[in-house]
Design a protein. Structure first.
Lengths: 289, 169
C-alpha cells in the first residue's frame, strides 16, 4: 500500500520543528516512531501534506530520576524502557506495559510519547500513566506546558495537545516507599491491541491501608479510563481479598466497552473485573520488593 | 507533488544512493532501488515481519518506515548474512533443522534471530520465541525455527564463529 504524497521535513531542533508546525498548521503531522501513523497513512486514514520527522532531534531520548520524578524523553523508544535496569527494578508497572506493546521490531521504533499523543484508547501506556498520575510536558511557541494525564485524553484520537505542540517529556512521580504496581493485558496474539487491559498502582501507609491508588483501563471506552469509583473505594482501606474483589466490580462499572471482534461488551466488563483483581493483587505482592 | 529527495543508505556494507519520493517505503527502496529481493513484503500492515531488516543495529519492519528515514544509516538485509560465500550458522541451522517450508517468512526470521543472538548468545527456548514474536510463520508451527536458532547458537558457541559475522554496529 502506497501512502499519499507528502513533503518531508527533518528539523534538527525543537524550535525548528515548532516553526514548521506553525507554518503548515493542520496539514502537518509529527513523525516520531511512526508505528501508528505510517499504517494509518497507508490505509489513507491519515493524509498529512507535511511530515515533520523529529527523530534526528538530539537530547530527547533519556530515562532518568530527577527532582522526585522519573523523566522519560519524548523520543525514548519502547525497547529502551523494556531494557532499562532502572525501569525493571523500580517501575515494574512500566516494564509490564512496554513489553506487551506490539512486537520487538515495533518496540524498536515506537515511543512512549507517541503512544500517548496518538490518543488511541487501545494503546497501553495511557492506562499505566493514569495509574501513576503522570504529567505530559508539551513544548509550543509560547514555551512549556505541563499537562496532568487525568485531563490529557479528550476523545477518540484527540488529546489536550495543540497542533503546534510537541511532547518533550513524560514525568512520573517517583513512588514513595511501600508502593507497587502492575499492568495486565489480554490480547488475542502478540501484536494485537488489548481485548482489555488494567493498570494498578498502590501506595500503603504504615498501617497497611491504601494511601494512594491509581487504576487505569485500556480499550474499554472512547478514551483511556481512570477507574475513579474503584480508586475512591480503596482509599483508606486494607488491600484484602474482599476489598480487591469489590474494586474489580467497581472498575467494571466504570468501563464502557463496545462489542466487536474481540468480544461482546459483557465479556469485556467481566474481563476488566478479573484483570483489576489480578493487577491489584500483583501490585500488592510487589510492595516492598 | 512532493519533491524527490536524495538519500544515501549503506546496505550490507555497500553505499546506495537514490532520488526518492518521501512516501517510498523502505522495503520498496531495498527491493526496487537496491535490487535486493530477499526482503519480502508479506502483510504490508506491520504484523508479519517478513520485511524485517536491521537499521543501525536494530530490527525494524521496513514496510513501516519511509526510505528517507534511513538516509545516512546502515542496513543489514538477509543478503548480508552470508560472508565470503559461506552461509551464516543461522542459515545453516534453518537448512539443517527444516526451519522453513515455503520460505516466505525466512528472511525476516533470520534477521530477527540474528539480532537476538547478537544480544543474547545463549537464549532459552522462551527467549527465542520472544525474540521472534514479531515474525509470523504459517507453515512450520515454529518448532523447527526454534531448533534452527538453537543450532546456530551452539555452532557459534563452539566454533568461535563470531569473527565471521558481518561488522554491523
Amino acid at each position: 500500500m502506497i501512502p499519499p504524497a507528502f513533503e518531508y521535513l527533518r528539523p534538527k531542533t525543537i524550535p525548528e520543528a515548532i516553526a514548521f508546525l506553525q507554518q503548515y498548521g493542520d496539514e502537518a503531522k509529527i513523525l516520531s516512531g511512526g508505528q501508528s501513523l505510517i499504517p494509518m497513512m497507508k490505509f489513507r486514514l491519515a493524509r498529512p501534506g507535511y511530515l515533520i520527522d523529529i527523530n534526528r532531534i538530539s537530547g530527547l531520548s533519556y530515562i532518568k530520576e530527577e527532582d522526585g520524578f522519573l523523566k522519560i524523553g519524548g523520543l525514548t523508544r519502547e525497547a529502551e524502557l523494556e531494557n532499562s535496569p532502572l525501569i525493571h527494578a523500580k517501575y515494574p508497572i512500566l516494564f509490564d506495559t512496554a513489553r506487551v506493546i506490539a512486537d520487538p521490531q515495533v518496540r524498536n521504533m515506537a515511543t512512549l510519547a507517541g503512544n500517548l499523543a496518538h490518543g488511541d484508547p487501545a494503546n497501553d501506556h495511557p492506562a499505566t500513566m493514569l495509574a501513576l498520575g503522570a504529567q505530559v510536558v508539551a513544548v509550543g511557541p509560547e514555551g512549556e506546558r505541563v499537562l496532568p494525564i487525568e485531563n490529557f485524553f479528550v476523545t477518540l484520537f484527540t488529546t489536550e495537545l495543540q497542533h503546534d505542540e510537541i511532547v518533550s517529556e513524560i514525568r512520573i512521580p517517583s513512588p514513595p516507599p511501600r508502593s507497587g504496581g502492575a499492568y495486565l493485558k489480554l490480547e488475542r496474539k502478540v501484536g494485537d491491541f488489548a481485548t482489555a487491559g488494567v493498570a494498578a498502582q498502590v501506595t500503603l501507609d504504615g498501617e497497611g491501608t491504601c494511601q494512594r491508588v491509581g487504576i487505569g483501563l485500556t480499550n474499554v471506552g472512547a478514551t483511556p479510563i481512570k477507574a475513579g469509583k474503584a480508586e475512591e473505594f480503596l482509599r483508606g482501606k486494607k488491600l484484602d481479598e474482599a476489598n480487591i474483589a469489590q474494586a474489580g466490580q467497581l472498575a467494571a462499572d466504570d468501563a464502557q466497552p463496545s462489542s466487536d471482534l474481540r468480544g461482546p461488551a459483557e465479556y469485556k466488563k467481566g474481563l476488566v473485573k478479573e484483570l483489576t483483581r489480578r493487577a491489584l493483587s500483583r501490585a500488592y505482592e510487589r510492595i516492598g520488593k | 507533488m512532493a519533491n524527490k529527495q536524495a538519500i544515501q543508505v549503506n546496505v550490507n556494507g555497500r553505499l546506495r544512493e537514490a532520488m526518492v519520493e518521501p512516501r517510498l517505503l523502505l522495503v520498496h527502496f531495498i527491493r526496487s532501488f537496491a535490487g535486493l529481493t530477499g526482503t519480502h513484503v508479506g502483510c504490508d500492515t506491520t504484523h508479519c515481519g517478513a520485511c524485517t531488516v536491521m537499521l543501525d543495529g536494530k530490527t525494524v519492519k521496513s514496510c513501516t518506515l519511509f526510505a528517507v528515514q534511513a538516509d545516512g544509516c546502515e542496513l543489514l538485509t538477509v543478503e548480508g548474512l552470508m560472508q565470503n560465500g559461506k552461509l551464516h550458522p543461522l542459515q545453516e541451522g534453518f537448512k539443517a533443522e527444516h526451519g522453513l517450508q515455503c520460505g516466505y517468512c525466512t528472511p525476516g526470521m533470520l534477521i530477527s534471530s540474528y539480532a537476538l543472538l547478537n544480544k543474547n548468545p545463549h537464549p532459552t527456548e522462551e527467549e527465542i520465541r520472544w525474540g521472534i514474536s514479531g515474525n509470523l510463520c504459517r507453515c512450520t508451527g515454529y518448532q523447527n525455527i526454534v531448533k534452527a536458532v538453537q543450532y546456530a547458537a551452539d555452532k557459534l558457541d563452539q566454533g568461535g564463529k563470531k569473527d565471521d559475522l558481518p561488522n554491523i554496529a
